[in-house]
Design a binder for this molecule. Structure first.
Ligand code: ADP
Ligand code: MG
Length: 144
């Protein structure tokens, strides 16, 4: 499914809607260049989960846990990861296969350990369509 947004607010709102409809065990992967809106989308999703505290990119920690929402939210940013053994060190399996919702920025870097089912979200710009235009491609991977 392709969703087009024309402002950061619209991308935030898409994240908020998805966050409000999702449940335990869901995994979202986010792929897109710097500045496309991964963090904006993530902040919306966090709000949809009922999280009140500010959400930023956990670049120096790989993962940040937010417990103030409806269910736990595990926010990964694997941009700086060396290899997947670092994911094992932080106990990613308890997050991927646990009671919360996972969102993984730059998930293409850890493709080999992604679960069988997840929702892939790709964000890209198209400057011909305007500076604030974003194409957001949602795709279900694997089977339920
Ligand atoms: P990333 O996390 O992918 O590096 P950010 O979410 O931090 O990107 O930044 C996206 C930037 O693009 C913000 O400054 C935001 O205001 C701007 N922006 C402009 N149009 C959009 C849009 N349609 N959706 C999301 N962000 C947008
Ligand atoms: Mg970011």
């Amino acid at each position: 499914m392709l969703i087009e947004t024309f402002s950061p607010q619209e991308t935030f709102e898409l994240g908020r809607k998805i966050g409000s409809e999702t449940g335990a065990g869901a995994v979202f992967t986010l792929i897109g260049d710097l500045g496309t809106g991964k963090t904006v989308f993530t902040q919306g999703l966090a709000q949809g989960l009922g999280i009140r505290e500010p959400v930023n990119s956990p670049t120096f920690t790989i993962m940040q846990i937010y417990d103030s929402g409806r269910i736990p939210f595990y926010h990964f940013d694997v941009y700086r990861i060396g290899d997947v053994s670092e994911m094992e060190e932080i106990g990613y399996e308890d997050c991927f296969y646990g009671e919360g919702v996972c969102l993984i920025e730059w998930a293409d870097l850890i493709e080999e350990i992604l679960p069988e089912h997840y929702t892939e979200i790709k964000i890209s710009k198209d400057l011909k369509k305007g500076f604030d235009y974003r194409a957001i491609q949602l795709e279900e991977k694997g089977h339920r």
